[in-house]
Design a protein around this ligand. Structure first.
Ligand SMILES: *Cc1c(COP(=O)(O)O)cnc(C)c1O
Length: 418
């Protein structure tokens, strides 16, 4: 047996016997998750759960899913050793899982492919989705174009104004973009509107939710599709290094790129996991999106989890330099692993993320998304505390082309010139 395959053999996942598989049949991860929706939505969620479970048991569906990821999205994404960056930090080796090289520029396409194939199997003809900055809207409009669905994207009118380029992209791809003029006119309002649409149109429509959040079965389904990230990374790491990394790092918006990387490593006791939330300007109400630092347990948009809310249960405003991390609740499975002590959460603020955005660009020739820059920044902190022979694996969830104008504006505002 070669050294690599011996290593692969040694680190085969421990048998799952004896440990309960999560979520339970009602969609709970311990005390988190569930299905807090109106009666009109229950039939849609039950139909979806049944269809997902039966599809995922079917090897021809899984083959179709992995096949489309390979041909259309460019998987597997590379595992990359950031040598110059590691050298400059003078600590542990930093590796990047290159999700930025996916078609449309981030990990989101993977979930969109999975759910769109499922919707086709269910006989649906129409996809709807929510979007904040527009990344998930673009991913959904893309798979709708590819697979021949009609497509409608709900987007807060404030976001429509701020993200004109992504609105144009979605239209180019054949989608209708519907501005939502309710509440704060941002992501939360777009999700509510998409759920309302779905409850009226479930016969022909699938709601393609963009992250590991919302009512059961969405957190389970999105995690299952995104786990391809961790499965590939684990295999790639064992082949290249002959051991598993000491630490995994991922940024956390709703939680899909984080749980997608982490889940296949959960039983590997030697692998530490760090989720990085948006620390924004400071950890005081309205100025950040660090749910585990400033939130408390509550119910938002169909799921029980950590929520940024005031003592009366009113949802607090959030802020982050990266739109993809700027949300007031977090996926229920991450809440479970946080309370179980398996995943450690910390936050990185706007300035530190911007610094990491520039450092990775300069040292490796890779411009990261501002979301991913939070994970890179935390890995840089961690690298300084670990010996040189340690390995840190960072999920580079997306590329930064979408962010360069915003960063240029911010630097100009600070009077900094490159
Ligand atoms: C949307 C997005 C995120 C945050 O979403 P998760 O579901 O938490 O992964 C992170 N990075 C990029 C590049 C994104 O587009």
């Amino acid at each position: 047996m070669s050294r690599e395959s011996a290593a692969v053999e040694k680190h085969r996942e421990a048998p799952r016997k004896g440990s309960p598989s999560l979520p339970d049949y009602r969609g709970y991860f311990g005390e988190f998750g569930g299905r807090f929706v109106s009666e009109t939505l229950m039939p849609a969620l039950l139909e979806l759960e049944e269809a997902f479970r039966s599809a995922w048991r079917d090897s021809s569906f899984r083959k179709e899913f992995y096949g489309m990821l390979a041909e259309y999205s460019g998987r597997p994404t590379p595992l990359y050793l950031a040598e110059s960056l590691s050298r400059e930090m003078g600590g542990a080796r930093i590796w990047l899982k290159r999700e930025d090289l996916n078609h449309t520029g981030a990990h989101k396409i993977t979930n969109a492919v999975g759910q769109a194939l499922l919707a086709r199997r269910m006989g649906k003809s129409r996809l709807i989705a929510e979007t904040g900055a527009g990344q998930h809207g673009v991913a959904t409009a893309t798979v709708a174009a590819k697979l021949g669905f009609s497509c409608q994207i709900y987007m807060g009118s404030e976001d429509v104004r701020r993200q004109a380029l992504n609105v144009f992209r979605m239209k180019l791809l054949g989608a209708t973009v519907s501005p939502v003029d309710l509440g704060g006119r941002t992501l939360k309002d777009a999700i509510s509107e998409a759920l309302r649409d779905w409850s009226r149109t479930v016969g022909e429509t699938h709601y393609l939710l963009g992250t590991a959040f919302g009512p059961h079965p969405f957190p389970l389904m999105v995690r299952t599709f995104q786990s391809v990230i961790g499965q590939e990374a684990r295999r790639q790491f064992l082949r290249r290094v002959g051991a598993l990394p000491e630490a995994l790092v991922a940024c956390v918006g709703g939680g899909s790129n984080a749980i997608g990387l982490f889940h296949p490593f959960v039983k590997d006791a030697g692998v530490r996991m760090y989720g990085v939330e948006a620390g924004g300007i400071s950890i005081s109400p309205g100025l950040h999106a660090a749910r585990f630092a400033g939130g408390s347990v509550g119910v938002l948009q169909g799921t029980r989890t950590y929520v940024l809310q005031n003592p009366d249960g009113q949802i607090e405003n959030t802020h982050s330099v990266s739109a993809g991390l700027d949300y007031s609740a977090v996926g229920p499975e991450l809440a479970y692993y946080r309370n179980a002590g398996r995943i450690v959460f910390d936050s990185v603020g706007d300035d530190e993320a911007l610094e990491a955005f520039r450092t990775l660009s300069r040292t490796e020739g890779i411009i990261p998304a501002l979301e991913s820059s939070h994970a890179v920044a935390y890995a840089l902190r961690l690298a300084r505390t670990l010996p040189r022979e340690s390995n840190i694996l960072v999920n580079l969830s997306g590329r930064g082309d979408k962010d360069v104008m915003e960063v240029s504006r911010i630097l100009e505002g600070k009077g900094e010139r490159l």
